[in-house]
Design a protein. Sequence first.
Length: 382
Amino acid sequence: MTAPSTRGAEAAPPTRRPAPVLGSLFSRRISGECSAVALGVFAVLFGIIVTAQLVRLLNRAASGSIATDTVFAAMSFQTLNLFPLVIALTVFVAALVTLTRAHRDSEMVAWFACGVPLRAFVVPLLRFALPFVLLVALITLFVRPWAVTRSQQLQAELQSRDEIALVAPGVFKETRSGSKVYFVERFSDFNQSLAELFIRAVDPAGESVIVARAGSVERAANGDRFLVMRDGRRYESGSEAAAWRVTRFERAEVLILPYEKQPWEGNAKSRSSAELLASERSIDVAELQWRLHLPIAALMLVLLAVPLGFVNPRANRSINLLLAVLIYAIYSNALSITNAWVAQGRLSPWPGFLLVHLALGVVILGLVAWQTGALSRRRSSG
């Protein structure tokens, strides 16, 4: 009796499916590296956003456009407004940098040799990106409308403040009516004490200029606020252009005229998502779609990183990064354009919502097919 031959079993080709242990190691490797890169990318992007907002608001406060005590509140609301975009870019850049590094260091060659196909990278990338996508959805649907509401209310409150509230030290500040110009060299005691004041007022009766060494803001029993000036001089013009009357004073009071309180009227950006869902107006539908665009865009950008992460060692190493910037710019602008068309009623809601995302999905599938050689195989078989 002869033993059964094992030549057929030995000649069988090895399977290309990765072992469970290898698949788990591969998933943890990709997700862990993406998370580590995301921390650094988020710190850089968040630092840039906060610094840019702070510099811009401090510049406005120095020019007297906003009050100094509202700078950090305004910066917080505007940062919350930009937070979803920062998170979406963080996820995209982290996934792209991780896959680019793996291609450049030939790590992808090792994974492919172990039987890991390109489509297997989708699962760990989605596992990494899903918490961020949910966070973007939470912020855009619930937190961002609250931040926009508080920012608009703050702006209305600033416009309702009296004429002395927006005076900045060392800056000539004209009131909204244009009848007065204030100049204060410096403040102290939490802006309640002023030094070296200059006030120029113009009214139908003539022109007056007040110069004082010190002053303070005091409130009367009836709620009126007065600018109390000490040790100063008043110059008043008479009926003739060259006639001026000079008066010295130890103490003088000027009534601070309050502005009429500006009513706050919310817009589509400040309405809650539930209100937008119940509305049939085109602008409300477009705003709700924009809030849904951001988490979907974050997810689509992660999938886009799979084919864009490929780096040909014989080609320019930065070509994939340039292509990523180009596709992102086109994708972002296309979303803005179609959303504006929906708000204007020039495009139906569903095509305006799905068209750009589906187009990017086709681009992703085309890039994957080109990278894996599926298109050339289909041509050769045809």
